[in-house]
Design a protein around this ligand. Structure first.
Ligand code: GRF
Length: 197
């Protein structure tokens, strides 16, 4: 049975595009929804151009009432009936209630070599720490922010004089390789970790 995938975005959606591009042919899954908390997310037009249904649930009218925002997310998600949710540059922290609802079926891409540098500004922090390498991780989503089981990682050397922007651009290229590979395995029921050279 082909798995149904909902992709949650907040921005340009380049990871969403790399996932959607891979979900063709003999892939065990298909994108059935791209959902954003921002109506101006560049990724929405990219999804529409690929014929993927889109929806927007703006978080701002809900203020600090995260459960109410998430209830609205779930209303849209329930209509799409996803088997798997991929967070792809979705910049809202999800509550334990929402995560528990989708536990074991939700993935996220994070631009660091977890468990290092959970949260924001990962490239800046890796450079400031004098690290030799950075990278990205795909992990299962749990109630602990960026804390779930890592299912895949890709490493990127940090070059002398790298700015955070330089590094982010090189890591993003690896994100677009890693996330589709992990999703394909996850959709096949394979949770074995993969490390890209
Ligand atoms: C990516 O670097 C991702 O790791 C991070 O947010 C960025 C989103 O990029 N969480 P895009 O919207 O997929 O282009």
């Amino acid at each position: 049975m082909t798995k149904r995938v909902a992709i949650l975005i907040s921005g340009s959606g380049s990871n969403m595009v790399s996932l959607a591009q891979d979900m063709t042919g003999d892939h065990p899954a298909r994108a059935v929804l791209v959902l954003s908390n921002r109506a101006d997310a560049g990724g929405l037009d990219k999804a529409r151009a690929r014929g993927i249904p889109t929806a927007v649930v703006d978080h701002r009218p809900f203020g600090s009432d995260r459960p109410a925002f998430e209830a609205a997310l779930n209303t849209v998600l329930d209509q799409a009936r996803p088997d798997i949710i991929c967070l792809a540059g979705f910049m809202r922290v999800l509550t334990e209630g929402f995560v528990t609802r989708w536990q074991g079926r939700m993935l996220n891409i994070h631009p660091s070599l977890l468990p290092k540098y959970k949260g924001l500004h990962t490239h800046r922090r890796a450079i400031d720490a004098g690290d030799a390498e950075a990278g990205c991780s795909v992990h299962e989503v749990t109630a602990e922010l960026d804390g779930g089981q890592v299912l895949g990682q890709a490493r990127v050397p940090i070059e002398p004089n790298d700015t955070a922007e330089d590094l982010a651009a090189r890591v993003l290229v690896q994100e677009h390789r890693l996330y589709p590979l992990v999703l394909r395995r996850f959709a096949e029921g394979n949770r074995n970790r993969i490390d890209l050279p």
